[in-house]
Ligand binder design. Structure first.
Ligand code: FAD
Length: 509
């Protein structure tokens, strides 16, 4: 590959790219007019991600100043056609696990450079915010709170970009009620693999709109998103109760997601082979009576911790406490394990960031993260729990294991996201870090054993945030939805320029 670059200035601070990659040398070199800049050195950040297992340097990084910079760059690569192997990946906050936002020898577009202008519109009963896709959710939250509003559906961690989570799904403990983040978007501005800027919604360019949501960056780069809002509460009652029996735990979780009057957030944690409880709890949960919580001895048993919140404003506290008491009275947790705390809404939503700061101070945040996220049909969750918790998974010392059910009715099956084929399915997330290479190997082996178990027991599991090596595996992942996924690829990114790090389609030159 023969590549060179010059930096020149004209009206637009144009960076001229001499893209000779696999092109006949007689082809003219073409300038890409951008208001931002390309960098060719110091791009190591774009070759890494949170997973910290796969690293590949791009040829260049675009730091766009305007949406038109993204469009011009993609259009340029599109016009080079199949004469060039050049690909383009949008990079949000780079919190992928296995190179999904990387573009080996290609161009990475640093979407965070387009952070900035957000607009909240309060129109009738459906307020929304228009946000740049490179914006972090934490900033979207703070901006919306100025207007007393907030998005409805979240991820557990808010230092992720809007475009990054909408390209996947965005799932957290509110999903049982509001669906994932991709179910809470009214409109997108997208740049397709041909460099066209398209505004899409349910009404306009609906196929692209649905395709891009959960579309793993395959059909276009999202540059703006219109996100549905609701009135923001001021405070949150945050509750944890513990079970030693999975069946009772799961029955209570399901009862709560079906109940008409219920909590605002429902998740759960698996605790295997730990002695205390408090130290297992990631994030900033700080029970009102930490001594009592510390006295709870798990004796290495496998335990299941139900995590719940109820939002409220200060004048509602008395009746909220009654509502909580009434809901808890229906549950069958171990009576001595009711732990409650109270925090601001922002503190609750940003809870994993508090854990991040602690882990960073111990040098544990930038380690490899061999995470595994699974979606498991409700009818198979007991088989899964029997086979995995306490058997394949023999401790949870290197990171939390989350488990909670969601309703499929809140997911839109016109999007690219594939779910198990049942009305309720569970998200089970194994979220360890590996302190040394031996530990990494062991955790990777454990993931393989879990996946093999799911396959051999025919559980009908789908992976979330998956990494596959071959198109065959992707076809199996999408199942009957593969045809439409592939059709959308040929319609919106026929040269397979976009998001090569997902390894679904390969640009053929
Ligand atoms: P990146 O890693 O930068 O990109 C992810 C993919 O999206 C890449 O293929 C990239 O090319 C593409 N992409 C990025 N921006 C755009 C865009 N604007 N347009 C089109 N494609 C784009 N997920 C959940 O659902 N729930 C959680 O609770 C949750 N918690 C997490 C906690 C932590 C600590 C971490 C590290 C991850 C968590 N995730 C969670 C996963 C997270 O949602 C995804 O990894 C997400 O992709 C990260 O966003 P990002 O901005 O870092 O995206």
């Amino acid at each position: 590959m023969l590549l060179k670059q010059h930096t020149t200035t004209n009206i637009l601070s144009t960076t001229v790219l001499l893209l000779c990659c696999c092109m006949p040398l007689s082809l003219p070199t073409v300038p890409i007019p951008v208001h931002g800049r390309f960098t060719f050195d110091g791009n190591e950040f774009a070759g890494r991600d949170f997973g910290n297992q796969l690293h590949s340097l791009p040829w260049a990084v675009l730091h766009p100043k305007k949406v038109s910079d993204v469009a011009s760059t993609i259009k340029h690569v599109w016009h080079m056609g199949l004469a060039s192997a050049m690909t383009v990946a949008a990079r949000g906050h780079g919190h992928s696990l296995l190179g999904q936002a990387q573009a080996p020898h290609g161009i990475v577009i640093s979407m965070e450079s387009l952070r900035g202008e957000m607009q909240v519109v309060i129109k009738g009963k459906s307020p929304y915010v228009d946000a740049p896709a490179g914006e972090l959710w934490i900033n979207v939250l703070h901006h919306c709170l100025i207007h007393g509003l907030a998005p409805k559906s979240w991820t557990d961690y808010l230092h992720l970009t809007v475009g990054g989570t909408l390209s996947n799904a965005g799932i957290s403990g509110q999903a049982f009620r509001h669906g994932p983040q991709i179910s809470n978007v009214h409109q997108l501005e997208v740049i397709t693999g041909k460099g066209e800027v398209v505004v899409c919604s349910e009404e306009k360019n609906a196929d692209l709109f649905h395709g891009v949501l959960g579309g793993l960056g395959q059909f276009g780069i999202i540059t703006r998103a219109r996100i549905s809002l609701e009135p923001a509460p001021k405070r949150v009652k945050w509750i944890r109760v513990v079970y030693s029996d999975f069946a009772t735990f799961a029955r209570d979780q399901e009862r709560l997601i079906y109940a008409e009057k219920t909590f605002d957030y429902i998740e759960g944690l698996v605790i295997v082979n730990r002695t205390g409880l408090i130290n297992n709890w990631r994030s900033s949960f700080d029970p009102q009576d930490p001594d009592e919580a510390n006295q709870f001895v798990s004796d290495g048993r496998t335990l299941f911790c139900l995590e719940l919140t109820m939002n409220f404003n200060p004048d509602e506290e008395a009746h909220i406490d009654k509502d909580i008491e009434s809901l808890l009275s229906e549950l069958s947790y171990i009576p001595s394990t009711l732990f409650v705390t109270q925090v601001s809404y922002v503190e609750f939503l940003d809870r994993v960031h508090a854990a991040e700061l602690k882990l960073r101070s111990k040098g544990l945040w930038d380690l490899p993260h061999p995470w595994l996220n699974l979606l498991i049909p409700r009818s198979k969750i007991h088989t899964f729990a029997d086979g995995v918790f306490g058997n394949i998974l023999t401790d949870t010392n290197s990171g939390p294991v989350l488990i909670y059910p969601v309703n499929k009715s809140k997911w839109d099956n016109r999007t690219s996201f594939v779910t198990p084929d049942e009305d309720v399915f569970y998200l089970v997330a194994f979220l360890p870090h590996a302190a040394e290479s031996e530990g990494l190997q062991q955790l990777q082996d454990q993931n393989r054993r879990i996946l093999n178990f799911c396959d051999s027991a025919e559980l009908g599991v789908k992976q979330y945030l998956p990494h596959y090596e071959s198109q065959e595996e992707w076809r199996a992942h999408f199942g009957p939805r593969w045809e439409i996924f592939a059709q959308r690829k040929s319609a919106y990114d026929p040269l397979a320029i976009l998001a090569p790090g997902q390894r679904i389609f390969q640009k053929s030159i």
